[in-house]
Design a protein around this ligand. Sequence first.
Ligand code: MG
Length: 363
Amino acid sequence: MNRRQWLLGTASAGLLAPRASSREPARLEARLVRLRLRHTWTTTMSSSDFRDTVHTAYTRDGITGRGEGAPIPRYRETPEGAKRAVEAMAPQITAGNPFEFDKLLRTTFATIEDNYAARAAVDIALMDWVGQKLGVPLYTYFGLDPADAPLTSFSIGIDKPEVIRQKVREAAPYPILKVKVGLDVDEATIRAVRSVTDKPIRVDANEGWKDRDTAARKIEWLIGQGVEFVEQPMPAAQIEDVRWLRERFAIPIIADEAVLHPGDIPRLAEAYDGVNIKLDKAGGILEAWRMIQIAKALGMKTMLGCMISSSVSVTAAAHLSPLVDYADLDGNLLIANDPYRGVQVKEGKLVLPDAPGLGLTPA
Ligand code: MG
């Protein structure tokens, strides 16, 4: 066998690094999708009946990878701004080699400021494409066992007690609830939940308790109500106050608004027991994977969360979920017009699709 025959043989056996063919120019398209909520969604930050997310499609070699990012108003992101940022990145992304995704995404993201929802939408589409092209589900690409995917909680927004009771009844198939608190109606909210169910609940105050004494009083009461952990009890900047709370209570305290990027995690390790990582905050699957690894290395609990979004973004996060302790991946369950079908929830457990890439199908 001469060198040429040997190379041809190894290439056909798939032993050489995969290549994208360049016969047809690649395309990266962005559009806004309005997701209608099943219930008006209220937290300490906002109240709304719909959310607009940016959806992306990266097409090359006859394969389309899909991505999505939910712009977060707290970080001054807007749907239109996210779409513009994707369009600004498109020339560089489509000109690059998708199998050099780490370099391609790093160099492209270095050309834009912030815009983490847009980054997530581009990263997810590219990774979906890579998985499809290689013929493996993303969890396999990351070396994970889908059987390790955790239970997901189901979120209950702030509302009148009679509406909360109704939502809790509708959430009967989900074994864990995550209840939004952080306002002066907290006790009424939890009492309404507890009048219907005794299943485990987690609470998310979304920075709502502004001073440490209020937070301590609320947490003490919540521990008596069988709460499993407390997410972002106080404003993100008040790390010292959260450290003070942690010294007083054994219940885990999880950071959400306080953690955006890998570099945030080490200084949070002294005040928080864990971090809630979201693809929309991190800027995609790869950065979320790095954050999970950093948090684990620091001995912290890890959680994957999501914004209100379709099955594209939620499924992308779900592919990393075998890595984490807690999942709150229910954004797609809260909307009435999901354009895709991906991760499913069976008796609360995340069931990952086994088709290549994200494994999405049209709804
Ligand atoms: Mg949260």
